[in-house]
Design a protein around this ligand. Structure first.
Ligand SMILES: Cc1cc2nc3c(=O)[nH]c(=O)nc-3n(C[C@H](O)[C@H](O)[C@H](O)COP(=O)(O)OP(=O)(O)OC[C@H]3O[C@@H](n4cnc5c(N)ncnc54)[C@H](O)[C@@H]3O)c2cc1C
Length: 412
């Protein structure tokens, strides 16, 4: 986005990426349906960046979710709003969008250099790149000294896509304050019994609600689904709470969530049904017939319940409506959808230029903000890229004696 913004202003732009092709995480996001943004009104939208509203608001004011949709349409890709308010490209894929975008960037004169891994600055303030070998060629290095730099190096999740967070020490060495990267929108470890782990890993827990237990936790339960894994639990419902859960684990060593296994059944109804005599039926068939509780849900109940629960309808209903599950650690950053941490607001000016490094701007997930899934991640990345591009343009205008070069020079 920064490259596009600068090229549109007539500047000569080079994009460097360490991987053999650009946009690999963007393409991966497309595998799950490419939720590009969300249609909710701006105030609610900004509220999705808790603790960082003031940081993100100006980006979104300059480039809103509507602006982003229009930008996608201008690339020849239609979008639609799903029943949840999430916005997707009509084909639910990232590849056609990325293809169209790269073609337009090239047309605008942007040069893209892949297999260029940035290693920091040398003593002469050149940007130093390790250049990967291509088609039997020899690997080498490149040094460039651009008039302005926009870094958009991503967070730390899925390092095999090129985003390994190796830039953090490079910026720290230059006196830039950075916060460690942490998993966001991630799963969590649970100490399952061997029986439960072996029999239920991979099974979805559908139509449940979850809230984080504890006095200072957001008490509104969230409805949805998640998945039992060999190590614990993951999925959209867990991701939505992952920031609070992670913070609780950092603070207390673990976090307890309460799962309502049957949010569509009232406590009163369940108590009435489960107070009826069980007779000779097994507990499994009793729960299935009286409460429609079966499969992985019934077994999760069994995993957590103690012996006396089964003979006490009150306690059984309490457990079904607020099953406590202890989460002991977030899954590793490499597995997360996104990361928290990175370059904090205090290290940046209003147009995302690093205070410690004049002429160097930052954008995207490498900035210290986090948001739930729902299109909020890509929207903030796009919008911050645009703002950084505008900032870089202003910087160049003020500091270059030469103005933007004309398109003949770019293409030449
Ligand atoms: C499985 C998955 C699904 C997702 N689905 C969605 C979704 O549906 N909606 C949504 O909004 N978000 C989604 N996201 C998140 C979204 O993809 C990211 O937030 C977004 O791609 C971040 O953009 P970015 O430009 O900041 O960084 P990235 O897209 O991570 O790009 C950073 C680039 O920097 C390059 N790089 C890093 N270090 C160096 C270096 N030292 N030298 C040279 N190049 C370097 C990398 O190769 C990479 O190409 C998903 C993420 C994952 C993992």
């Amino acid at each position: 986005m920064a490259a596009e913004t600068l090229a549109a202003r007539g500047w000569s732009v080079d994009v460097y990426d360490g991987m053999p092709s650009v946009g690999r995480k963007f393409l991966l996001a497309g595998v799950g349906g490419m939720n590009i943004t969300h249609s909710e009104p701006q105030p609610a939208f900004v509220g999705r960046y808790p603790d960082r509203r003031d940081f993100v608001r100006p980006w979104l004011q300059a480039f809103s979710s509507d602006g982003l949709r229009q930008w996608v349409h201008d690339l020849g890709i239609e979008t639609f709003v799903g029943s949840s308010g999430r916005v997707f490209p009509r084909e639910m894929k990232a590849a056609p969008l990325l293809r169209a975008w790269l073609a337009r960037l090239r047309q605008d004169g942007v040069r893209i250099h892949v297999r260029h891994r940035w290693l920091g600055w040398d003593a002469e303030r050149n940007m130093l790149f390790k250049v990967g070998a291509r088609g039997g060629g020899i690997a080498g290095e490149a040094r460039v000294q651009p008039a302005v730099v926009v870094l958009a190096l991503g967070g730390g999740s899925w390092p095999r896509l090129g985003t390994d967070g190796a830039w953090l020490p490079l910026l720290e060495q230059q006196g830039v304050e950075v916060s460690p990267l942490k998993p966001a929108n991630c799963g969590f470890d649970v100490n399952w019994s061997e029986h439960f782990q072996q029999n239920f890993a991979g099974r979805p827990l559908k139509q449940i609600s979850i809230r984080l237990r504890g006095a200072d936790a957001p008490q509104e339960a969230q409805l949805g689904e998640c998945v039992v894994t060999a190590d614990g639990i993951e999925g959209s419902l867990i991701y939505a709470l992952s920031s609070s859960i992670r913070q609780r684990i950092e603070q207390d060593g673990d976090a307890c969530i309460a799962i309502d296994l049957l949010p569509d059944q009232s406590r009163e109804r369940l108590l009435r049904e489960l107070s009826k005599p069980r007779g000779s039926r097994s507990m499994a068939s009793y729960l299935r017939q009286r409460a429609r509780l079966e499969g992985v849900k019934a077994n999760l109940l069994r995993e957590v319940a103690v012996a006396e629960t089964w003979h006490n309808p009150e306690k059984l209903v309490d457990l079904i409506k607020a099953l406590p599950l202890r989460l002991v650690a977030p899954r590793p950053l490499s597995e997360a959808i996104s990361s928290a941490g990175g370059v904090p607001p205090a290290a940046l000016g209003p147009q995302l230029m690093l205070n410690a490094l004049p002429g160097v701007f930052c954008a995207g997930e490498m900035l210290d903000w986090e948001a739930p899934t729902g299109g909020y991640l890509l929207t903030a990345c796009f919008a911050s890229g645009r703002l950084a591009g505008e900032g870089a343009h202003l910087w160049l205008t003020r500091h270059q004696t030469r103005g933007p070069i004309d398109s003949n020079q770019i293409n030449g």
